[in-house]
Design a protein around this ligand. Structure first.
Ligand code: TYD
Length: 231
């Protein structure tokens, strides 16, 4: 894997708000993100948190325009154009929504995809490299990363089976060949090694209840650790 300088990795940190948390969910199509995000929201609301779910790209008026522009695009964009568009949408989302919401105590912001998607889709699958993607994000507010990221890991076969069941019209990144998906899977493994403290891997092949039980364990530790820090 390419060398990434430690100083670059260290420029990424979670937002420093007390009693508020930033979470993200990652995985290839069909990994079960939607179900687990919904369950996480319910769990946290039961623990008296105010929970917001955001999707990337999107989440702001400008971001939704960009989402539409990229995902409905018929021609292949240059990978750098993709990376900057996703980063632009993210900067606006952080500025307009994430920072403001997290400044309210007892809030959890959950992002359906975040920086790791850009590292994996543009950095790995589109060959830009992780270093370049990290460099694009190294300045505030793009250097803010979640307190915890849940990576739902599924095999290529499972991803394809689940996509076939849904049978939705394919968008810009869907319906790519196996080689593309293999790169995504490999990319997620690399990114997890870059951020071992932040990213938790879950076996997305398990039934949803079992996957959620693991998420719940991780969340309980996260909430307890932070409570202890405040004392
Ligand atoms: P979406 O329909 O939200 O996909 P999914 O349901 O799989 O989350 O579409 C988002 C697509 O954009 C998805 O294929 C991943 C891709 N993407 C990137 O390539 N880079 C990024 O930085 C982000 C956030 C998403």
């Amino acid at each position: 894997m390419e060398h990434i300088p430690q100083e670059l990795l260290q420029s990424f940190r979670p937002p420093a708000f007390q009693h508020s948390y930033f979470l993200s969910f990652e995985g290839i199509e069909g990994s079960g993100k939607t179900t687990q995000i919904r369950r996480t929201k319910e769990f946290l609301e039961d623990h008296n948190f105010r929970v917001l779910i955001l999707r990337e790209p999107g989440g702001t008026t400008f971001g939704e325009h960009l989402r539409q522009a990229v995902l409905s695009n018929q021609t292949q964009l240059h990978p750098l154009a993709e990376a900057y568009l996703f980063a632009a949408s993210r900067a606006q989302l952080l500025h307009e929504v994430v920072m403001k919401e997290l400044s309210v105590p007892n809030t959890v912001v959950i992002c359906d995809r975040y920086l790791d998607s850009t590292l994996v889709y543009q950095g790995k699958a589109r060959n830009l490299g992780h270093r370049l993607v990290l460099e694009i994000h190294q300045h505030f507010p793009l250097n803010l990363v979640p307190h915890m990221t849940f990576f739902l890991e599924v095999s290529l076969t499972t991803s394809k089976d689940r996509q076939n069941v849904r049978n939705n019209p394919k968008d810009y990144f869907e319906g790519q060949g196996d080689a593309f998906y293999r790169k995504l899977i490999e990319g997620y493994h690399e990114v997890r090694d870059l951020f071992p403290e932040r990213i938790r891997t879950l076996d997305g092949e398990l039934v949803p209840d079992e996957v959620f039980a693991k998420i719940q364990e991780h969340l309980t530790v996260l909430l307890k650790t932070n409570d202890a820090k405040d004392k």
